[in-house]
Design a protein. Structure first.
Length: 452
């Protein structure tokens, strides 16, 4: 496989062994970014990246990402680099400090090359804004890469970067990974610091209670590599807190207790995507997985309604004066939602006593054509509203569980399709390991797209 498409794990090993230089690899990705027509990487600091790379080549290995060039979603603050959140209000914004996750990447030796595109304030599941324009899917440029980490997933799929860090409020890591045929991880809530997230003017100082930061990559091993770098306390808690995640305890599908939902009442999926999911179920059963289709632990409709209330509150600062109060509701309503959420989390915790993982759809469809008509709330996709795209991701996100996306095949149109692998709280490495096993068993995994 061409160097640009190799996994970050392989590239990091080659860099540590001095088999390839950081400057050489950085120049490769800069050249690919410069010739790409996808509009995925929208801000580049070529001089700064080359200087960082030269420094990494000249110094001892400082961490697991030593010399690895990479990009970061434009919703995260990067010191000294234009960071816009996809909004005209921050079109010329250059932060003075890194988001904690960016600081962690630098500490691990990474070279930050540039920023990947997002929708305005990361509040859409397509990736387009008035600052940088529209990002295209490397499998079909006439289709969206998803959002809001659409630039990140497109860049990883197209070999414009080694690995990426995105954010996920309503499927914003998982849906683009699914649409672009790559791996993604929404970590357990609170496992990775989410400060420095640019979701409104003045944003970054606080963290939304449904938002997480996580990796997008070309292999499950890469997700695990990045998780080891990103997971940890916020800078404020670092003097006293440490993170020690359980080791991955799933090494084979045989005997694995798998709960499987191809759809649920009120949450149907497109027929072509449903066929892919049924094939996944057949493959897992043939591999010896103990696959069952249990009832959900809670009322699904009620849980999704709860998620939408919390999502509306989380995105309300981005909507400006005049909208925030109406959408966010009162503090009393927010407290009621949190109380309901706690009970729902308890129900899921007990439910997972009977299963190792849950496999379910990422969303109800695969990548669709660009559509800039109307708003996210009113836009339609056939008989469905775009807003429904967040229902499957939100079902998992609102209960704070880790979810890895594994590419498992393609639909009839040739577009990639993925599946969510959900594990109990803080069993993130299990979710990642099973995602790798599932992709391998299905003959899926990362493939180089035609427009890369």
């Amino acid at each position: 496989m061409d160097t640009a498409y190799r996994s970050a794990t392989e590239l990091a090993e080659a860099l540590r062994a001095r088999e390839i230089g950081s400057r050489e690899l950085t120049e490769l990705y800069l050249a690919r970014i410069g010739s790409s027509v996808l509009n995925a990487v929208v801000t580049v600091d070529a001089q700064g990246a080359l200087e960082q790379a030269a420094a990494r080549d000249a110094e001892p290995v400082r961490g697991p990402l030593h010399g690895l060039p990479m990009t970061v979603k434009d919703a995260l603050a990067v010191a000294g680099m234009r960071s816009t959140g996809g909004a005209e209000e921050l079109a010329d914004h250059v932060p003075g400090t890194d988001a904690p996750v960016v600081a962690a990447l630098r500490e691990a030796g990474a070279v930050i090359v540039g920023k990947t595109n997002v929708p305005r304030w990361s509040t859409d599941l397509q990736t387009s804004n008035t600052v940088f324009g529209t990002t295209r899917n490397p499998w079909d440029p006439e289709r969206t890469p998803g959002g809001s980490s659409g630039g990140a997933a497109a860049a990883v799929a197209a070999g414009l970067t080694s690995v990426e860090v995105g954010t996920d409020l309503g499927g914003s890591i998982r849906i683009p990974s699914h649409f672009c045929g790559v791996f993604g991880l929404k970590p357990s809530y609170g496992l990775v610091p989410s400060l420095g997230y640019l979701d409104h003017v003045g944003g970054g100082a606080t963290a939304a209670d449904v938002n997480v930061v996580g990796p997008i990559a070309r292999s499950a091993q890469d997700l695990d590599l990045l998780l080891g770098v990103l997971a940890g306390p916020s800078p404020r808690h670092r003097p006293a807190w440490r993170v020690s995640l359980p080791a991955p305890d799933a090494t084979r599908l045989d005997g694995l207790r798998v709960a499987f939902w191809g759809d649920l009442p009120g949450l149907p999926v497109d027929p072509e995507y449903g066929m892919v999911l049924r094939r996944v179920a057949d493959v897992l059963s043939d591999a010896g997985a103990l696959l069952t289709t249990p009832a959900p632990p809670v009322d699904v409709g009620g849980q999704i309604e709860l998620y939408h209330r919390l999502l509306d509150a989380a995105v309300s600062p981005a909507l400006g004066e005049g909208h925030a109060e109406a959408i966010a509701g009162g503090h009393r309503d927010w407290l009621r939602s949190q109380s309901s959420r706690a009970g729902t989390i308890d129900a899921w915790t007990r439910w997972f006593d009977g299963f190792d993982v849950l496999l379910c759809p990422v969303t109800f469809t695969t990548a669709f054509g660009h559509d800039d008509t109307g708003s996210f709330a009113t836009r339609r996709l056939g008989e469905r509203y775009h807003r429904e795209l967040v229902d499957w991701p939100g079902l998992i996100g609102v209960v704070e569980l880790p979810s890895a996306v594994a590419p498992v095949g393609t639909v009839a149109s040739g577009m990639p399709a993925g599946v969510q692998v959900v594990a109990p709280f803080l069993q993130d490495r299990r979710a990642v390991a099973v995602a790798g096993l599932v992709a391998e068993a299905c003959g899926g995994g990362y493939r180089v797209p035609p427009h890369s």
